[in-house]
Design a protein around this ligand. Structure first.
Ligand code: HEC
Ligand code: HEC
Length: 419
């Protein structure tokens, strides 16, 4: 095992690893639907980071809910005439919707995030565009070959895909997204960042899948999957009720109201009505909130997975969910050699290289792995490096992202191989 992973940086090692991973992927049970819906498990992202609710901007791009109603009033007015339900039909989502369901809770509508904690997505996305890289160089009076720009763009694209699959230091992983979803999301990110020629793609989802995406990406930021149902005193003390308790604490209508409009909550001893602390996700529709309820009732949250199961889950995902892992594989490993399953093809299509197949990809990957970034920057001239640093104002962080990505890919690889 060790030997194989040490070979990682070598072409031969890469090929071996690919085969190993491929073989283990093939062992994983095939799943029935392109987006196998799975329960949410494990602690919330803020618990994972050991951060308290008051200590972070994560999940908080919504606004606060209304104050508690004067005594005697109730929520009837809000409910009247409204019977939102989870749509019985499949739903067509645009890339913008995927952004809304998955990213907006932290990065906001415009993608700017909440610096310094939550970085903007705009610059990293613009860095994936050859025309934008060239335009920037030109503007600063520097020359860069389109080949060098293409190489830079490819590295940025890899970093972006890698980030979606593995998350960041403080950003959760989005390995639950399948290949089609990643593709549509990235197309929209390009649009959001003003990349020329970007246009939106759509995906078709079941209502439960919509609920799953919202819960895993947004609600799970603050709500643990499982745990005891807090008392009203514990609520006052800051406990956030776990996801598994929500569908017994509230009914469908109350959940929709809490999410899309905000609702007061009884806290303290003796229990009294308080204005909620949870942000209102005004950008989610009532039927999307109904999908959340549907998902939480049909796929009850589960305990955290044991370490051994995690890998299996990842593989199953890579295999089953039309390549949530396909995107993953596209990033952390070269694309699979044979192309028997659709995920494989889509994974290839997703890779930043054109459809030239493996050799190109291996070359690209190696370039990244072997510090191609540095070589390219040197080739582009020291001026470019200086320009990049000041322009992006991120002091070399860009390259950190690339190398962190590569480190992660290696680690993931070793884990897979070790299994
Ligand atoms: C729970 C909050 C959270 C969610 C949800 C989230 N992010 Fe992030 N994201 C962060 C944080 C925090 C950072 C900065 C720290 C880090 O890199 O880990 C970040 C950084 C990034 C960066 C890198 C910015 C840079 O400077 O290089 C990109 C790109 C990004 N996010 C894209 C996305 C996309 C796309 C989604 C939706 C699929 C998403 N994020 C969802 C919290 C989040
Ligand atoms: C930024 C953190 C945060 C996020 C993200 C978040 N919640 Fe909450 N949620 C809370 C807190 C804190 C409470 C308890 C206090 C309150 O009412 O604000 C709560 C309470 C609730 C309650 C009320 C339970 C009751 O007994 O009345 C429901 C329902 C709920 N959340 C659903 C959701 C859903 C669904 C999502 C995803 C769309 C979500 N939450 C996302 C922080 C969050």
């Amino acid at each position: 095992m060790r030997k194989i992973s040490r070979c990682f940086a070598l072409t031969i090692g890469l090929a071996l690893c690919t085969l190993t991973v491929l073989a283990s992927d093939e062992d994983a049970p095939a799943s029935k639907s392109p987006s196998a819906v799975t329960p949410t498990s494990g602690e919330s992202w803020i618990h994972h980071l050991h951060r308290s609710f008051g200590d972070t901007s994560m999940g908080k791009t919504g606004r606060l809910g209304p104050p508690p109603p004067a005594s005697g009033e109730d929520a009837a007015g809000w409910q009247m005439g409204l019977l939102p339900a989870s749509s019985p039909e499949n739903i067509t989502l645009h890339g913008a919707d995927l952004y809304r369901l998955n990213c907006q809770g932290c990065h906001g509508e415009a993608g700017l995030g909440a610096p310094p904690e939550i970085h903007s997505v705009i610059d990293p996305v613009r860095a994936t565009s050859v025309p934008l890289i060239l335009a920037r160089m030109k503007k600063s009076g520097m020359d860069m070959s389109s080949g060098a720009a293409a190489e830079l763009a490819r590295q940025s694209q890899n970093a972006l895909l890698q980030r979606l699959h593995s998350g960041g230091e403080e950003m959760p992983s989005f390995s639950q997204l399948n290949d089609a979803e990643v593709r549509a999301l990235i197309a929209y990110l390009n649009q959001l960042a003003g990349v020329p020629g970007a246009k939106q793609l759509t995906v078709t989802e079941t209502p439960a899948r919509v609920g799953e995406l919202i819960v895993k990406s947004t609600c799970h930021t603050c709500h643990d999957a499982t745990g005891p149902n807090p008392s009203s005193q514990e609520l006052e003390d800051g406990t956030i009720p776990p996801l598994e308790t929500l569908t017994t604490r509230v009914d469908q209508m109350e959940l929709i109201r809490k999410v899309t409009n905000g609702a007061p909550i009884t806290m303290g001893t003796p229990p009294t009505l308080h204005r909620g602390r949870m942000p209102v996700f005004f950008y989610l529709s009532k039927s999307e909130a109904a999908d959340v309820y549907l998902y939480l009732t049909s796929y009850p949250p589960s305990q955290s997975v044991a370490p051994g199961e995690t890998i299996a889950g990842v593989q199953q995902n890579a295999d089953g969910t039309a390549a949530g892992g396909g995107a993953a594989a596209a990033v952390s490993t070269p694309p699979p050699l044979p192309a028997p399953a659709p995920p494989v093809q889509t994974a290839q299509a997703l890779t930043p290289t054109t459809s030239d197949g493996i050799p190109d990809w291996v070359v690209t990957f190696l370039l990244v792995a072997l510090g191609g970034a540095v070589a390219t920057v040197i080739a582009g001239g020291m001026g470019f490096a200086a320009y990049e640093l000041t322009r992006l104002g991120r002091q070399g962080e860009y390259h950190n992202v690339v190398s962190t990505g590569v480190e992660k890919a290696k680690r993931r690889h070793r884990n897979l191989v070790a299994q």
